[in-house]
Each structure stands twice: as structure tokens, then as C-alpha cells.
Ligand binder design. Structure first.
Ligand code: HEM
Length: 326
């Protein structure tokens, strides 16, 4: 009898444990059937008037998943003198917090305490990319919200624009993502903007000598001169913004990769993608194919990113307000 109890407990633990690690599409079908529709409807109403928000939502989802998994820890405010992920430099240029708060309020009005902020962020990122004409991807749901957010973890785990290929690949491997994920997810830089200080050393001070002669030799010199003349006019400019994929920064297309191949990616991390033979071959293969091929591989990698260390089952909580632990 005792042996049967032990076996039953082990089976239960395996079943529960297995279920805990799993997201599934339509997780809220019974508990909040309109949840996904509410997110999509809000996005469809508002993103056409503010298309640049799509980029920040996509980036916020990425920054969320890379620190403590996709658990909305990036949305939490600092508490009692403890600085949160939000306070870390790479997150200070995120712009979509109020947008997520508004979606969350609508979903809470429909089903209080049911739908996580982590799922709302994942859904809103996908839906807004679709609205601007980009790829769609499945967003299995059931993520739970974390209760911890620590500035230093964001500084340590979000890859920096100064990283070389080896460092980027290590950063992605640390999150169980592979070389292909690095190459395709970097394609998100086909939309959105960057502030000059994310890349000014490449224009003015690459080796520490300083001056316009000290530009990064892996950046097209004509493009660098143009950026110095028309955009980042001083080495200390931290307010001017630059389109990462000039001419089509609101359009999800192949021109980011075309720019990288012409040595016009803004960051060292963009330029790094063609320093690895396998990554460069991947890029060459998509730029010569219809955009749908890029959309497909991007979508596959987004699903993998959205799965990083998710909390499910009884882990974490469903926050009432995305910036605050309950
Ligand atoms: C591979 C490593 C990556 C690095 C080093 C990196 C770095 C950066 C930096 C420095 C910016 C500019 C921030 C600013 O100055 O305002 C930026 C913008 C952006 N990143 Fe990345 N990123 C990486 C990967 C990704 C991934 C995986 C995604 C999403 C799947 C992503 C999506 C974006 C988007 C959409 C923007 C534009 C944001 C806006 O318009 O506000 N990035 N990234």
C-alpha cells in the first residue's frame, strides 16, 4: 500500500511538474475567453496611430525574457530603495509601459486576477508587429508573473550593443537560444530607433584615441560621416534618435540585413553578425529569398524566445497591476 502511494505521488509529481513547464495556445479559453481579443483589439485601434510603439513592445518582450524568463519582471517598479530592471540603462529607453498598463486595465475589467502581465506583453508584442505588416507567430499562454526585479540582473543579462559575435552567442546560449535565433531575432532591428549614445564610440572614439579619425573600421566610412554630420553631431549626444533601418524603420522587411551586409548596421552587435561564416551565410540566404522566408524563421525564433524560463502552474502570481507585486 505504502509502495503504491509512493508510485502515485511520483506519477502526480511528474504530471504536475510536466504541466507546469508547458504553455499552451488558448490557455485562457475557459477562464477569460475574450482576453486575447481584448489585447488584439486595443493594439489594432492604437498602433496605427503610433506605429513606433510596436518596436518598443517587441524590445520590451525581449528584455523581459532575457532576465528571469518571460515573467514581466521588466515591468515592475523599484521598491523601497531597491532598483528594478526598469532602472538599468538598457531598459531606460523602453517606451511602452503605459500602453501595457492600459491593456492590462481592460483585461482586468473583464476577468480580474486571471491574465498575467507576461502573457499580455507577449501578445501585445506579436499583435503590434502584425498590425505594422510584420510576421505573426503563435503565442502559447499560461505564463505567470514574477515577483522579483533586480537592476543588476538586467545589466548582466541583456546583451550590449558593443558585444562581438562570441559574446552575443554566449548571451543567447545562456538563455538556451542558438546561433539561428541570434541571427533571426536581431532582424527585429528592421524596426525602431536608437539613441546616439548606443553607438557613438563607433563614430568618434572606437579605440580611445578619440576624434572623427577614430571611427570603427567595420562601419561604412561614408555612412559614419553622414551620421556625424546629420545625426549624432557630438560624441556626447544622448538625446538624438536615429532610425536603425533608415528609410523603412516602421516596416518589417529585409533591409536591416541588407544594411548589415553593406556595413551599415548601427551597433557592433549588428556588424558582428557578418563576422561569423555561418551567420553570414544565413543572412545571405534570406536576403535573396522572398520576405516570407525571413518572417517564418523570425516567427520560429520568437516562439523559442517567448518560452525562456517561463513560470507556470503555481509559480509566481497574476499581478493586478503590471508595475506592482500584489
Ligand atoms: C542581439 C543582441 C541585441 C542587442 C545588443 C540589442 C541592442 C539594442 C540597442 C542598443 C537598441 C537601441 C536602444 C536605444 O538607443 O534607444 C535596440 C533597439 C531595439 N531592439 Fe535590440 N538588441 C539586440 C537584440 C534584439 C532582439 C532579440 C530584439 C527583439 C526580438 C530586439 C528588438 C529591438 C527593437 C525593436 C529596437 C527598437 C526599439 C525602439 O524603437 O524603441 N533587439 N537594441
Amino acid at each position: 500500500m505504502a509502495r503504491m502511494m509512493v508510485v502515485a505521488l511520483v506519477v502526480l509529481a511528474v504530471v504536475v511538474g510536466g504541466a507546469r513547464a508547458q504553455l499552451r495556445e488558448g490557455f485562457y479559453e475557459q477562464s477569460c475567453p475574450r482576453a486575447e481579443q481584448i489585447v488584439k483589439h486595443y493594439v489594432q485601434q492604437h498602433i496605427p496611430h503610433a506605429p513606433s510603439v510596436a518596436a518598443t513592445l517587441l524590445r520590451t518582450h525581449f528584455h523581459d525574457c532575457f532576465v528571469r524568463g518571460c515573467d514581466a519582471s521588466v515591468l515592475l517598479n523599484a521598491t523601497g530603495g531597491n532598483e528594478a530592471e526598469k532602472d538599468a540603462a538598457p531598459n531606460q529607453t523602453l517606451r511602452g509601459f503605459a500602453f501595457i498598463d492600459r491593456v492590462k486595465a481592460l483585461v482586468e475589467a473583464e476577468c480580474p486576477g486571471v491574465v498575467s502581465c507576461a502573457d499580455i506583453l507577449a501578445l501585445a508584442a506579436r499583435d503590434s508587429v502584425v498590425v505594422i505588416g510584420g510576421p505573426s507567430w503563435p503565442v502559447p499562454t499560461g505564463r505567470r508573473d514574477g515577483t522579483v526585479s533586480i537592476k543588476q540582473e538586467a545589466l548582466d543579462q541583456i546583451p550590449a550593443p558593443t558585444m562581438n559575435f562570441t559574446q552575443l552567442l554566449q548571451s543567447f546560449h545562456n538563455k538556451s537560444l542558438q546561433l539561428a535565433d541570434l541571427v533571426w531575432l536581431s532582424g527585429a532591428h528592421t524596426i525602431g530607433i536608437a539613441h546616439c549614445d548606443s553607438f557613438t564610440e563607433r563614430l568618434y572614439n572606437f579605440t580611445g584615441r578619440g576624434g572623427p579619425g577614430d571611427a570603427d573600421p567595420s562601419l561604412d566610412p561614408l555612412y559614419a560621416a553622414n551620421l556625424r554630420r546629420t545625426k549624432c553631431k557630438t560624441a556626447t549626444d544622448n538625446t538624438t534618435i536615429v532610425e536603425m533601418d533608415p528609410g523603412s524603420f516602421l516596416t518589417f522587411d529585409l533591409s536591416y540585413y541588407r544594411g548589415v551586409l553593406k556595413r551599415r548596421g548601427l551597433f557592433q552587435s549588428d556588424a558582428a553578425l557578418i563576422t561569423d561564416a555561418a551567420a553570414k551565410a544565413d543572412i545571405l540566404s534570406v536576403v535573396n529569398a522572398p520576405p516570407e522566408v525571413f518572417f517564418q524563421v523570425f516567427a520560429r525564433s520568437m516562439v523559442r524566445m517567448g518560452n525562456i524560463q517561463v513560470k507556470t502552474g503555481y509559480e509566481g502570481e497574476i499581478r493586478k497591476h503590471c508595475a506592482l507585486v500584489n
